[in-house]
Write a protein that binds this ligand. Structure first.
Ligand code: P1T
Length: 386
C-alpha cells in the first residue's frame, strides 16, 4: 500500500502499514534491520534515499518514525533511545535558558528529576501544577517566560486526568506549547495532537513496544516548524533509537490495538475486584465513575487503559507485603508489557520525588495489568492481599 493511502486508513491499518512499503528490491514485507552505520554515496553528496549516516537517519528507524507519526496523527515522528532521551530532546529544542515550564505535580519520577536536577542547572525553571485543574495550570504559567506546559494524562502513578483541549487553550493563550506524555494511554486510546496538543512524547518501552524487551522513546509533532527543530536536535544531540530497537518497537506497535483492548478488559475486572474488597481503601482508575477525571477521560480516551493504582489498609508495611507476596504479578518497575507487574511507587519508580511536591502516598500500589488469564490475576491479588 502506498504511504499516501496508508495514512488515510483506520488506526489498526495505520499501525500495521504506515511508515513502510515492501522493499522494492526484495519485497520484504517487514522493515529489515539495517545494521549499517554509514551509506555509500554515488559521488560526493550523491545520497541514495537521503541516507548518509545512521545517527542522522537509518531506514529501520525511518519506518518506525513514519508509523509513529501516522498513529498519533502527526506530521512527523522521531524515535529515541529512551523516553527520557526523547524528553531531553524536546526540552533542549523548545526551551532555552531563562525560560520556564509548567510541569505536572504528579508525574513519572524520572521526568521530574530531569526537570529538577538537570534542566534547572542549565537555567530552565519549573513550576509543578495539578493537571486536573486547568485554572491552576493557567495560574502557574508566566506569560512571556513559559515555553512549555508539560502534562501526563493519565499521570504516573496517580492516574489523574488533564483536559487536553482546555490545557491547549490556556497554553496557547500565553504563547506556550502543550506537550503531552501519552505513555499511559498509548496512541490507540488517546491522540493528543487531534485535541490541540503540539507535541506528544512516549516512553515506547511501555505499551508501544509492549513486550518488556526494549527501551525506547518517541516524539511526534503536529507542524513542520516544530519537526525541523526536533529533527535538528535529534541529530545534533544523537540520542537516537538503534536499528535493532527500532525493529522491536515497530513490531510491538503493529499489535498495539489488540493488546490494549485486552489490557483494558483485564484492568476493568481487576478494578471491580479491588473495589469490592475491604482490604483495599481506595481504587484509582479513570474508568470508575467516582474518579474525578472520569468524564474528561471518557471524552478524550477510547477506553481507560491497563494501569490501576490502589491503596491498602495497614499502611506502608502492608503495601510492601502485598507487592512481595504477588506471584503472577511480577514485582518490577516499568509497565505496558504483556505480563502483569506490581510495584510500590514510593520506594521504586517514584523514590526520586520523596520530599517534593510530587511525593506519592506510601500505602499506594501500582499495577500494570497484563494480558494473562484474568482469573489468575484476580486469584493472585486475593492471595497477595493476605
Ligand atoms: O524509561 P524511559 O523509556 O526513559 O521512559 C521514561 C518515562 C516517561 N514517561 C512516563 C510516563 C514513564 O512512565 C516513563 C518511565 N516509567 C517507568 C519506568 C515506570 O515504571 O513508571
Amino acid at each position: 500500500m502506498t504511504q499516501e493511502r496508508a495514512n488515510k486508513t483506520g488506526f489498526e491499518t495505520r499501525a500495521i502499514h504506515a511508515g513502510y512499503e515492501p522493499d522494492a528490491m526484495t519485497g520484504a514485507v517487514i522493515p529489515p534491520i539495517y545494521a549499517s552505520s554509514t551509506y555509500k554515496q554515488d559521488g560526493v553528496g550523491g545520497l541514495r534515499g537521503g541516507y548518509e549516516y545512521s545517527r542522522s537517519a537509518n531506514p529501520t528507524r525511518t519506518a518506525l518514525e513514519g508509523a509513529l507519526a501516522a498513529v498519533e496523527d502527526g506530521v512527523r515522528g522521531f524515535a529515541f533511545a529512551s523516553g527520557l532521551a526523547a524528553e531531553d530532546t524536546i526540552i533542549r529544542a523548545l526551551t532555552g535558558t531563562g525560560g520556564h515550564v509548567v510541569i505536572p505535580d504528579d508525574a513519572y519520577g524520572g521526568t521530574y528529576r530531569l526537570f529538577d536536577k538537570v534542566a534547572k542547572v542549565w537555567g530552565l525553571d519549573h513550576s509543578p501544577a495539578p493537571v486536573a485543574d486547568t485554572e491552576a495550570v493557567a495560574a502557574a504559567i508566566e506569560p512571556g517566560r513559559t515555553r512549555l506546559v508539560w502534562v501526563e494524562t493519565p499521570t504516573n502513578p496517580m492516574l489523574t486526568i488533564g483536559d487536553i483541549e482546555a490545557l491547549a487553550t490556556v497554553a496557547h493563550d500565553a504563547g506556550a506549547l502543550l506537550v503531552v506524555d501519552n505513555t499511559f494511554a498509548s496512541p490507540y486510546l488517546q491522540q493528543p495532537l487531534t485535541l490541540g496538543a503540539d507535541v506528544v512524547v512516549h516512553s515506547t518501552t511501555k505499551y508501544v513496544g509492549g513486550h518488556s524487551d526494549v527501551v525506547g522513546g518517541a516524539v511526534i509533532v503536529r507542524d513542520l516548524e516544530l519537526a525541523e527543530k526536533i529533527a535538528f536536535h535529534q541529530n545534533a544531540m544523537g540520542a537516537v533509537a538503534g536499528p535493532f530497537d527500532s525493529f522491536l518497537v515497530n513490531r510491538g506497535l503493529k499489535t498495539l490495538h489488540v493488546r490494549m483492548d485486552r489490557h483494558c478488559d483485564n484492568a476493568e475486572r481487576v478494578v471491580a475486584f479491588l473495589d469490592a474488597d475491604p482490604r483495599v481503601t481506595e481504587v484509582i482508575y479513570p474508568g470508575l465513575t467516582s474518579h474525578p477525571g472520569h468524564e474528561v477521560a471518557a471524552r478524550q480516551m477510547k477506553r481507560f487503559g491497563g494501569m490501576v493504582s490502589f491503596r491498602v489498609a495497614g499502611g506502608v508495611e502492608r503495601a510492601l507485603a502485598v507487592c512481595e507476596r504477588a506471584e503472577v504479578f511480577t514485582l518490577a518497575e516499568s509497565l505496558g508489557g504483556i505480563e502483569s507487574l506490581i510495584e510500590h511507587p514510593g520506594r521504586m519508580t517514584h523514590a526520586s520525588v520523596a520530599g517534593t511536591d510530587l511525593e506519592v502516598p506510601d500505602d499506594l500500589i501500582r499495577l500494570s495489568v497484563g494480558i494473562e488469564s484474568v482469573e489468575d490475576l484476580l486469584a493472585d491479588l486475593d492471595r497477595a492481599l493476605g
